[in-house]
Design a protein. Structure first.
Length: 164
């Protein structure tokens, strides 16, 4: 582990020598993640990309990519593109990445069940902004928007996420 890694527990997130309150899945942390279980998967995860809304925030790091109005994430196990970014129109169940609320203004995408997804093991685990302090997620990790921005500006392409 290095100071560029994010260490997540049910109490919060440690990064660069600082502690940040964080939210995790409604049912806690699990070693046996399943689609729809509302749990955050334990383990060591890579951050594979940073996505952001250029109409709401400045580019948070050099390697961030813009979220376009037609970008989606597939969470449908019947979809050949399950647990992958895609584009509208899309005939399978999916989540819009360009939301009306600020939850996905910045997204750190982890490599959970990616790039070759095992159907039913759960789709994307993102690190994104929370609805309100400590409000549980459906499995993602959520932070205060200003904390997420602070962390994102200091990430490296080799940063990892350790969930215990």
């Amino acid at each position: 582990m290095s100071s560029a890694d994010l260490n997540v527990t049910k109490w919060g997130l440690h990064f660069a020598g600082r502690f940040f309150p964080a939210s995790i899945g409604k049912t806690g942390i699990t070693a046996n993640k399943r689609e729809g279980d509302n749990a955050t998967p334990s383990g060591n995860h890579k951050i594979i990309s940073v996505l952001y809304r250029p109409d709401r925030v400045r580019k948070p790091c050099d390697w961030a990519k813009t979220i376009k109005p037609y970008d989606i994430w597939s969470d449908d196990v019947k979809d050949p593109g399950y647990n992958m970014i895609g584009k509208l129109p899309h005939k399978y169940n999916h989540e819009l990445l360009r939301r009306s609320d600020p939850l996905y203004d910045i997204i750190l995408v982890t490599d959970w069940n990616w790039p070759i997804a095992v159907k039913g093991k759960g789709s994307a685990i993102f690190i994104h902004s929370w609805r309100r302090p400590r409000y549980p997620t459906e499995g993602c990790i959520a932070l205060a928007p200003h904390h997420l921005l602070w962390i994102t500006k200091r990430l490296t392409t080799s940063s990892k996420v350790f969930v215990k």
